[in-house]
Write a protein that binds this ligand. Structure first.
Ligand SMILES: Cc1cc2nc3c(=O)[nH]c(=O)nc-3n(C[C@H](O)[C@H](O)[C@H](O)COP(=O)(O)OP(=O)(O)OC[C@H]3O[C@@H](n4cnc5c(N)ncnc54)[C@H](O)[C@@H]3O)c2cc1C
Length: 460
């Protein structure tokens, strides 16, 4: 009789949990995974994937408009939200089934239940059944967080509900300035809603490069999105035709739907973590070392529940590295530097590496190269939009330490730039690379003039 029912019990079948399950099982571990909602987790069910499908839908309106300058006459278009949602739901169901069959193929036992820790080696399921495990992996992800209690908070939706609306709101107020807020602002605006974005800070996208923040805000406003900063939603009142939203400066905004995208919190509550001695870190996630090891010897944690870099590819990498470390005999730390990322706003953002402010803090000399130009496609279309690109270079080594792009396909571009930056490419390497013409991306290898160069007197 084995000491434990399973070698590994994973709580949460999202990006991190499923990858860890598959790899650990491949190494020969007996693995059980519990999921309380739907297999695939946030990314597949109510995050990256459905969001990107809505982003694609939202971009057709501009394409129809732009077509005229290229000689097309597009008959009057109409948009049917229920069709989009039904098609999206079908695709998500297909992906969920694919995840389930992957688990089956890898002989991972799936339990469709909430699971919590009873002690360091025992997991309790919703039925009260107990499973003994040698090792436990917490992969419970995160959840939307609405912030302060305000009057009428019960009327407010989060991104979770936005994917299941019965109809497209004519007017939507979105509170938040992070990537999810600006992405949904672009989605609703592109689909024809009147969008007001309310954010308490000075400018949207805190943590991004200041030039990027400024550029995106301008572009969003140009597309008709009303951006209100330094305000918060103070109260939401249900009235006859929608909601009367009161802002902190007493301004009233009428909306048919109010959505908060005010941040996400790691799912750490009610899991029995404290009783077992799993410590939390300063950001509220489960504290882990570079091998995703928690403060309890046989318990690990990966993905958003650790609140490190909350992105799907990072959760997947952490889950994989955990399995390599514990079951593959290959201790594998995860490197969280130079993680390329995209914001599927309109226009899109792609970023890898440091912001200008971070680079100036870290390096004695920082050279800044930037360009803003009208993309070729916009010329005949007559669209008033600009593309922005910026490279940050460590002036001592000539290494490119940051790349920021705002413009069409920035997410696609930054994946490849990410390889170069990670490999330690210098500005000279960028310059020596032949341009691909005519593209927007060629600007990345043809920026010759420094926009600025910062030096610190007391540099090392
Ligand atoms: C709207 C939105 C858009 C996003 N867009 C992007 C994007 O474009 N690109 C990107 O890289 N990332 C994006 N993300 C982030 C990405 O979805 C997460 O970083 C990723 O899903 C984290 O994976 P995870 O495995 O840590 O957690 P999750 O995928 O959240 O999985 C955790 C799972 O655990 C389950 N669970 C929780 N508690 C229990 C319990 N006690 N018992 C059983 N099951 C439990 C949950 O139901 C969930 O299925 C987006 C997120 C959101 C919300």
């Amino acid at each position: 009789m084995p000491d434990h029912d399973v070698d590994l019990f994973i709580i949460g079948a999202g990006s991190g949990g499923v990858r860890a399950a598959r790899i650990a099982s491949n190494y020969g571990a007996r693995v059980m995974i519990a999921e309380e909602y739907r297999v695939g987790g946030t990314c597949v069910i109510r995050g990256c994937v459905p969001k990107k499908l809505l982003v694609y839908a939202s971009r057709f309106s501009a394409e129809f408009e732009d077509a005229a300058g290229y000689g097309w006459s597009v008959p009057e278009t109409t948009f049917h939200w229920p069709t989009l949602i039904a098609n999206k739901d079908r695709e998500i169901a297909r992906l969920e089934a694919a995840y389930v069959s992957t688990l089956e193929r890898y002989k991972v036992e799936l339990v469709r239940s909430r699971a919590v820790l009873e002690d360091a080696h025992t997991v309790r399921l919703a039925t009260g059944a107990r499973v003994r495990a040698e090792t436990i992996l917490m992969a419970t992800g995160g959840a939307p967080y609405h912030g302060a209690q305000i009057a009428g908070l019960e009327h407010v939706i989060s991104s979770n509900e936005a994917f299941h609306l019965k109809q497209l709101p004519k007017r939507i107020l979105i509170q938040g300035g992070g990537y999810i807020a600006v992405e949904f602002a672009g989605i609703f605006s592109g689909l024809g809603s009147q969008v007001t974005l309310v954010y308490r800070g000075d400018n949207i996208l805190r943590g991004f490069d200041d030039d990027v923040r400024e550029h995106l805000r301008k572009e969003m406003e140009q597309r008709g999105i009303k951006v209100i900063t330094r305000q918060t939603v103070a109260a939401v009142e249900k009235v006859d035709h929608g909601y009367d939203v009161e802002l902190s400066d007493n301004e009233q905004v009428m909306a048919d739907l109010v959505m908060f995208a005010t941040g996400r919190k790691p799912n750490v509550h009610g899991l029995g973590l404290e009783a077992v001695g799993v410590k939390l870190g300063v950001t509220g996630g489960i504290a882990v070392d570079e091998f995703s090891h928690t403060s309890v010897p046989n318990i690990y944690a990966v993905g958003d529940v650790t609140n490190r870099v909350n992105l799907t590819p990072v959760a997947i990498r952490e889950g994989h590295a955990f399995a390599d470390t514990v079951y593959g005999g290959k201790p594998t730390p995860v490197d969280h530097t130079y993680v390329p990322t995209a914001v599927f706003s309109e226009p899109e953002i792609g970023v890898v590496g440091l912001t200008e402010a971070q680079a100036r803090e870290r390096f004695a000399i920082v050279d800044v190269y930037k360009t803003s130009f009208r993309p070729m496609k916009a010329t005949l279309a007559g669209r008033d939009t600009r593309c922005f690109m910026k490279l940050l270079v460590d002036g001592k080594t000539n290494r490119v330490v940051g790349c920021h792009i705002v413009g069409a396909d920035a997410g696609e571009l930054i994946q490849i730039v990410g390889v170069a930056v990670r490999m330690g490419a210098t500005k000279a390497d960028f310059d020596a690379t032949m341009a691909v013409h005519p593209t927007a991306a060629e600007e990345l290898v043809t920026m010759r003039e420094k926009a600025m160069s910062y030096g610190r007197a007391a540099a090392e």
